[in-house]
Structures are given as structure tokens and as C-alpha cells.
Design a protein around this ligand. Structure first.
Ligand SMILES: [Mn+2]
Length: 143
């Protein structure tokens, strides 16, 4: 079963919640994603069918190994894209929303290539400095 952007958002958030405090309740997820708890319950059922989460009596639900693996990948992807936008000089205050807007729409190939680019820039501070210089020049020209 292919995951939809919405499923990815849930799995990403559930992974981050469990990673941070050991569990994820329906109410935590509803709050984090700003959705109604009934939507969360519906999605959990869908994720259960896809074998990403399991219900555990008294403990709520947990990620399966498959869900954990994907969750980690999604959280890492989000972090990489934030790093990418930061390296290319995007304003700090736009970064989170921008990442939320693009993260589900790139192939894993594109993600890996962006990873290469971030690595390229971060290998030496000089490369970032050169990019900033180009940006300064462009800005001057547009004034
Ligand atoms: Mn995200």
C-alpha cells in the first residue's frame, strides 16, 4: 500500500511523539496536527490496516517495525529539508511551513540528491560563504 501525504504526516508525527515521550495518544496527535480526534481514530485504523501501527490494549497504539522504519525516514527527511532551506539562505521563519509544503512531493532520489548538496555545502564553510556572496550581489542588483 502506497502512503498518502496525510498518512506520512501522521506516521511522522507519531514517530516524533513516541521518540520524544515514549507514547502517542490520539489526543496528542490531534493536538499536534490540529485535527479532530475522530479524524485521528479514522487514520489510525487505516494505518493499522497498512501494518504501520498496532493497537495494544491499555497502552494505546504503537508503531510496528515497519511503521518505525518509515517514521524515522520521514522525520529525517523533514530535518534534511530544513537543513537544505537553511543552507540556501531561506528566512528562518519560513522554513518549517515550506518544508511541510514540499516534503511529501519529492522522490527519494531527489531527497538523496539534496542530501548530497547539503553535504557539499557543509564540507567547507567557504561554499556557503560563496553562495551568500552571490545572494548579496543579486539583492544589490534588484534594489
Ligand atoms: Mn513534516
Amino acid at each position: 500500500m502506497a502512503t498518502t501525504p496525510s498518512m506520512e504526516d501522521y506516521i511522522e508525527r507519531i514517530y516524533a511523539l513516541i521518540d520524544g515521550k515514549g507514547y502517542a495518544r490520539v489526543s496528542d496527535i490531534a493536538e499536534a496536527l490540529e485535527v479532530h480526534p475522530s479524524s485521528v481514530t479514522k487514520m489510525i485504523q487505516k494505518l493499522d490496516k497498512g501494518k504501520y501501527v498496532v493497537y495494544e490494549k491499555y497502552r494505546g497504539f504503537m508503531l510496528t517495525p515497519k511503521g518505525k522504519k518509515l517514521g524515522k525516514r520521514l522525520v529525517d527527511r523533514h530535518a534534511l529539508l530544513e537543513q537544505f532551506l537553511s543552507v540556501i539562505g531561506v528566512n528562518e521563519e519560513n522554513i518549517y511551513e515550506d518544508v511541510e509544503g514540499i516534503e511529501h512531493h519529492l522522490s527519494w532520489d531527489a531527497i538523496d540528491r539534496i542530501g548530497d548538496l547539503v553535504q557539499y555545502f557543509e564540507e567547507t564553510g567557504k561554499r556557503v560563504e560563496e553562495l551568500r556572496e552571490v545572494q548579496r550581489q543579486n539583492e544589490e542588483q534588484s534594489e
